[in-house]
Design a protein around this ligand. Structure first.
Ligand code: FES
Length: 263
């Protein structure tokens, strides 16, 4: 959902006909969750401030034009929200279709298979077909991109496995900014940013060589935990099923010393 506001004042509203009472400042998305209603979402989480970028959580509000994002819309007294309608279904499905049209379709062999929010949301909105075909399929290296005369953009940037604990695969990024916000708001580091605009926008670790290892990243793992796809993935997850690679380790930046076992 979205972070819970700290307020003693409450507001009562209707979500899909159910009365819900929540603290003032609560998002419509969280109010719906309290009523047991799940709204599709990709960029909102409990731990970072709402951003409203994925446009999947659209709702209808009586007396208001358009379809606002439920994660960034605060509740108000007497508000009546609709989370399900043919129009919303069509809009959400259209948004998902655009995401999937620009995403590798290697779900069966992807390390996030079965634990991927993009996959879950595609199912939740009922996506069965993608009318748009990606003309630019991901290429393995910059070299391939250049020799085929294609522009360089995030789809051609190879997976970065320079960090000892996690990998960064720009081809799977949906630019929801959850990692950027987690880095800033959870960890208080500013190692990540969004570069470029529109189709060319991408998450960047900055730094001279733009590699994760050469960036300001402190390997806290907040970004990895926030990522809804396999873009940022723990190496231990990617290596599941390979028992020979099991290691006992104490994470370099953590004071707990739990001796994390990666299997
Ligand atoms: Fe609301 Fe992404 S979850 S816009």
């Amino acid at each position: 959902g979205t972070p819970l506001p700290k307020s003693d004042a409450t507001v009562t509203l209707k979500v899909d006909g159910f009365d819900v009472t929540v603290p003032e400042g609560t998002s419509v998305m969280r109010a719906a969750m309290q009523a047991g209603i799940r709204i599709p979402k990709l960029c909102a989480t409990d731990s970072v401030e709402a951003f409203g970028s994925c446009r999947l959580c659209l709702v209808e509000i009586e007396g208001r034009r358009g379809t606002p994002a439920s994660c960034t819309t605060p509740v108000s007294q007497g508000m009546s929200v609709r989370t399900q309608s043919d129009r919303l279904h069509k809009l959400r499905k259209g948004v998902m279709e655009l995401y999937i049209s620009d995403h590798p379709l290697d779900c069966l062999t992807c390390s996030a298979n079965g634990d991927c929010e993009l996959q879950d949301m595609a199912g939740m909105v009922g996506l069965r077909d993608v009318r748009y075909t990606a003309t630019d399929q991901p290429l393995a290296t910059h070299h391939e991109a250049r020799t085929q005369g294609r522009d360089e953009n995030f789809r051609y940037i190879p997976k970065d496995d320079s960090n000892p604990y996690f990998t960064y695969d720009p081809a799977k990024c949906i630019v929801c900014s959850r990692c950027v916000r987690a880095c800033e708001e959870v960890q208080g580091t500013f190692a990540l940013t969004i570069e470029g605009r529109g189709f060319d926008s991408r998450v960047s670790f900055g730094g001279a060589s733009d590699s994760v290892l050469s960036s300001d990243c402190v390997s806290c793992g907040a970004c990895v935990q926030a990522c809804p796809t396999a873009t940022l993935q723990e190496k231990s997850v990617a290596e599941m099923g390979t028992p020979d690679r099991s290691v006992l380790t104490t994470c370099a930046y953590c004071g707990v010393g739990c001796s994390f076992k990666a299997e």
